[in-house]
Design a protein around this ligand. Sequence first.
Ligand code: NAD
Length: 252
Amino acid sequence: MFKLTNKQVVITGGGSGIGKAMSILFAKQGATVHIIELNEAAANDTVAEIKTGGGNAEVHKCDVSSQQQVVAVFNSIGKIDILINNAGIAHIGRADNTSEADFDRIYNVNVKGVYNCLFAALPIMKAHNGGVILNTASVAAHVGITDRFAYSTSKGAIHAMTLSVARDYMADNIRCNSISPARVHTPFVDGFIAKNYAGKEAEMFEKLSKSQPIGRMGQPAEIAALALYLCSDEAGFITGTDYPIDGGFITL
Ligand code: NAD
């Protein structure tokens, strides 16, 4: 089950954290994984790990916020069976203390970056009789996490983009879903703690873990497993839905 033999998979932000775990798992299932990354060195490390395990993967250095770069890279890949819009960045602030520059920076990656990848991938998928799209949103879009105005609202846009694309391209045999993780232990979280709680990293890590209803953060491999199911042929009846994967964060 969940085999991806001969599938061409594009994963943005595949050099780190959740995207890295997805890249490794999807390659293990037989896909050729194309990692779209700003951080070329990190993407090279992911690809080296995949190749050591006998899988196929390529690095495409690219900034998802540049439509020109995204279109050129996606056209060079030629056929795209699965697109995972996973690259994202975070920001702390409320509506009245988020600068215009920070708001634009978050939206350029988290919202325009997803639009750019959809813009480039959809014509390719249509020309090849369909495909699957998975967007990484966040529980922040469901509950409006304190002090995360730009981040939470950018992830809310992902929920709406998921619905819009699922409806518009259903007749083209394209499915589109999103996942909404709660806190997952990745460099994204380690970087956030290091930047904002220098000298108190261990204490903060413990506090963040205990603030999850389930008492710990998620692991990237747990998120990758859900992504694999949603992108597989076995999930052919699922489209236009968001899947929280959150240790009870939204509901408990
Ligand atoms: P991460 O920082 O570990 O990895 C993100 C990767 O995206 C990095 O390698 C980075 O270089 C790449 N990237 C950033 N901007 C880019 C751009 N403009 N173009 C191309 N690549 C770019 O992050 P992560 O924790 O693995 O998060 C992945 C996704 O999951 C993000 O969308 C994030 O918002 C979401 N998410 C994370 C958590 C969490 O707790 N870690 C929770 C909910 C949602």
